[in-house]
Ligand binder design. Structure first.
Ligand SMILES: [Zn+2]
Length: 336
């Protein structure tokens, strides 16, 4: 087990010193493909060249805002495309961190694994795969992930998801890699934290993702006082929550002393594999899924609500750095 503080973080182009992270978005996607995308053969949309240029343009916009790094936590079964990440990182000089891991039961590759589970212990097989990706690289690419991803559906952790979480905890303990999660509508993040920490993952090595799916401050403070990070990482996705509500919730957490454990992002998807939304909607998605929104719209919103420059800087620079370094978090009273 690696308990010492990390000095480096793994990017798709190799390890970099933690201090090179700079301004960091903790949950964006160059490309996503929901399970089954390959089957929609007349709607495969963008060519490799198109995808590359879309991503390079997006990164350019982020670089103009002073960003240096993003985490693309696409799990192995959601159209993860590490070759695209490598091409874009090489073309832009931007730091891109990718993930190993598996998605929640719905939407990812669960059928493959539950089929296999009829015959053998898939927890062990998953753990072996995660560890092999983290230590040797993904497939034949040699690219090593910097984090492990897992997720749950709305309101509960399914049996399958429980196996993924157990395998993720084991792989995290073996390799020292941190963990980031998917939650639906800000539910069961507290359970995710319990399952992972019972599996001996240090709480400060966990981000409970999509925590901005709820405005329940008690729920947020339970996770925060448990010593984990909260992802306010879906700014701009108005179908799930208004940004005003997200900003209000975030400010309540800052006021209660939990601002040092919130990371921000948009969960924007720049290229879709296949066409999971109707044709007419696909082109409009790029307007919604805008990774510059935090700087353009959300920072002014937070400042209106009393946030200081220093607190904003903490969200985009200090917290990602502290998370990846494994530096400890101060203890926090859930009722303060
Ligand atoms: Zn995502």
């Amino acid at each position: 087990m690696n308990l010492s503080q990390n000095l480096e973080v793994q990017t798709v182009l190799g390890p970099i010193p933690i201090e090179k992270l700079g301004r960091t978005l903790m949950h964006e996607h160059l490309a996503v493909g929901y399970s089954g995308w390959e089957s929609h053969t007349n709607r495969l949309r963008n060519s490799r060249t198109d995808m590359r240029s879309i991503c390079v343009d997006r990164i350019g916009e982020l670089q103009d805002l002073g960003y240096q790094t993003l985490l693309d936590p696409c799990p192995a079964d959601l159209g993860r495309d590490v070759e695209l990440m490598v091409e874009v990182a090489e073309a832009t000089g931007f730091n891109i961190i990718c993930a190993t891991g598996l998605y929640r039961e719905e939407g990812g590759g669960a059928f493959y694994w539950t089929h296999k589970a009829q015959y053998e212990d898939i927890e062990g097989v998953m753990e072996e795969m995660f560890v092999s990706e983290l230590t040797e690289g993904i497939g034949t690419t040699g690219v090593r992930p910097g984090i492990i991803k897992c997720g749950t559906g709305h309101g509960s952790m399914s049996e399958y998801e429980g196996k993924v979480f157990a395998a993720v905890a084991r792989a995290s303990v073996v390799t020292g890699a941190p963990v980031t999660t998917h939650t639906d509508d800000g539910t069961v993040g507290d359970l995710q934290q319990q399952v992972l920490t019972r599996g001996n993952v240090p709480s400060n090595r966990i981000i409970i993702g999509h925590s901005c799916g709820t405005t329940d401050t008690d729920y947020h403070m339970t996770i925060a006082s448990g010593g984990s990070y909260l992802g306010f990482d879906r700014f701009g996705i108005a179908a799930l929550m208004s940004d005003e509500d997200r900003a209000d919730s975030l400010m309540r957490l800052i006021t209660q002393g939990a601002g040092d454990r919130i990371v921000v992002s948009h969960d924007s998807v720049w290229c879709w594999k296949g066409e999971p939304f109707p044709t007419y909607a696909m082109d409009r998605l790029s307007e919604v899924m805008e990774p510059t929104r935090f700087d353009r719209e959300i920072i002014p919103m937070l400042k209106d609500r009393g946030a200081t420059e220093e607190q904003i800087e903490m969200l985009v620079v200090d917290n990602p750095r502290r998370f990846f370094s494994g530096e400890s978090l101060k203890s926090l009273n859930p009722t303060s």
